[in-house]
Design a protein around this ligand. Structure first.
Ligand SMILES: *[C@@H]1O[C@H](CO)[C@@H](O)[C@H](O)[C@H]1NC(C)=O
Ligand SMILES: *[C@@H]1O[C@H](CO)[C@@H](O)[C@H](O)[C@H]1NC(C)=O
Ligand SMILES: *[C@@H]1O[C@H](CO)[C@@H](O)[C@H](O)[C@H]1NC(C)=O
Length: 368
């Protein structure tokens, strides 16, 4: 993948304050997490993969620069391990648990004092093959599998996770349940079982339902509201809804659509976070689609800043070469905030504007 050197594109996008700092005032742009906290959010964060597991070979020389921004700057106050806590890694064979991969990022988060979002306990994808290989699970057997997995894995990181994505992507686009192995055997009971178990094991972690395409109101957001209400009715704790926000620059939701979608959840008394934000475009990037991307980032982050109860934003890695996008969407890429050459996307300044725009939300957390 060849990305343009961004310098020329960036010149027009750089805010005046950066191009001409006022002499003598010690003017210095702050990192995104600092602006996020000033805007009343808990964090602005970036997911990251285990060192050594980063998707592209040949980028080892970039690791020091990457690590400096990831862990030592004030750009990010939070992280999520992109892979290591998934079922495939944590219980590769039935009853055989392995936390090595997950511990890499979680221990870095601890060392550098970042909030940790833990991800994900029950998900149909990146699932250990043994769960789907067996086609004749009885309800009791699969209940025991879910309880054991959630109990062991949540216990392994007990007290370290600001939030856990307890159930990930349980819905189809029309709001009906995805026909996963869990749903096929247990129906919606599996969702209740996962949340009830996680609540018992880690009383301090915020328990989230997490899914994609929840950033504008439609059938899937309604399906998610139905899950929240189902758990509340059963008196099972759910604290938050994660809007993954894997968006497309050329057709991203408007600011108002984002706001309406977020409010659709906060009005139920749960908090919201953007948990996996990235905004892909047709490569090669050019001034037009980078401007669309900037607007799209500004609207997504701006909506979170403006709605009380939206507590934080996580981008799904921050350096374009480490994004999952080109592997899954051929012809698309450049979805993050730093280009391959480490120059910043115009979208970086869109995020910055959105964060600087909100400074009066009050303390997040106990807002309802
Ligand atoms: C546990 O996972 C790590 C990292 O993926 C791997 O290197 C190691 O071999 C695994 N341990 C066992 C006992 O399978
Ligand atoms: C920018 O890229 C898009 C998508 O590939 C393309 O449709 C458009 O024509 C390009 N615009 C310019 C100004 O190059
Ligand atoms: C900036 O804040 C104002 C006032 O809260 C709001 O009306 C506007 O939509 C915000 N802009 C963005 C991009 O969030």
């Amino acid at each position: 993948m060849h990305l343009p050197t961004a310098a020329s594109l960036l010149l027009s996008a750089l805010p005046l304050a950066v191009a001409t700092p006022t002499p003598g005032h010690g003017h210095k742009e702050k990192g995104l997490n600092t602006y996020a906290k000033e805007a009343g959010l808990k964090y602005f964060g970036a997911a990251t993969d285990s060192p050594g597991f980063r998707e592209r070979a040949g980028y080892e020389a970039q690791y020091p620069k990457y690590d400096q921004i990831m862990w030592k700057s004030d750009e990010f106050g939070q992280t999520t391990p992109t892979n290591g806590q998934k079922w495939l890694f944590t219980e590769p064979q039935q009853g055989v648990f392995n936390y090595t991969e997950g511990n890499i990022v979680t221990s870095l988060a601890k060392k550098h004092g970042k909030y940790l979002r833990c991800h994900a306990l029950v998900w149909h994808s990146q699932l250990a093959p043994w769960v789907e290989a067996k086609t004749d699970w009885t309800k009791d057997e699969l209940r025991a599998v879910i309880v054991n997995h959630v109990t062991r894995v949540a216990k392994a990181w007990k007290g370290q996770c600001y939030a856990w994505d307890v159930v990930n992507e349980a819905l189809e686009e029309d709001g009906s349940y995805r026909k996963s192995v869990f749903y096929n055997v247990l129906g919606e009971e599996y969702i209740k079982l996962a949340f009830a178990t996680a609540a018992k094991v880690d009383p301090k972690a915020k328990l989230y339902y997490n899914d994609y395409n929840l950033e504008w109101p439609h059938a899937k957001t309604e399906g998610t509201q139905r899950i929240v209400k189902m758990l509340q009715k059963a008196k099972i704790r759910i604290d938050g809804v994660g809007l993954q926000a894997h968006l497309i620059a050329e057709q991203a939701p408007t600011l108002d659509q984002h706001i309406d979608a977020i409010k659709g959840f906060t009005k139920l008394g749960v908090e919201v976070a953007l948990t996996e934000l990235d905004i892909r475009l047709q490569v090669p990037a050019n001034a037009t689609n980078l401007a669309q991307q900037k607007e799209a980032y500004k609207n997504a982050v701006g909506a979170c800043v403006q709605v009380k109860g939206c507590i934080g934003v996580t981008i799904w890695d921050f350096y374009d070469p480490f994004s999952w996008v080109p592997y899954v969407f051929p012809g698309e890429g450049a979805p993050l905030l730093w280009f391959e050459d480490w120059s910043k996307h115009p979208a970086y300044y869109g995020v910055q504007e959105a964060l600087k725009n909100g400074t009066k939300k009050g303390k997040p957390g106990k807002w309802w």
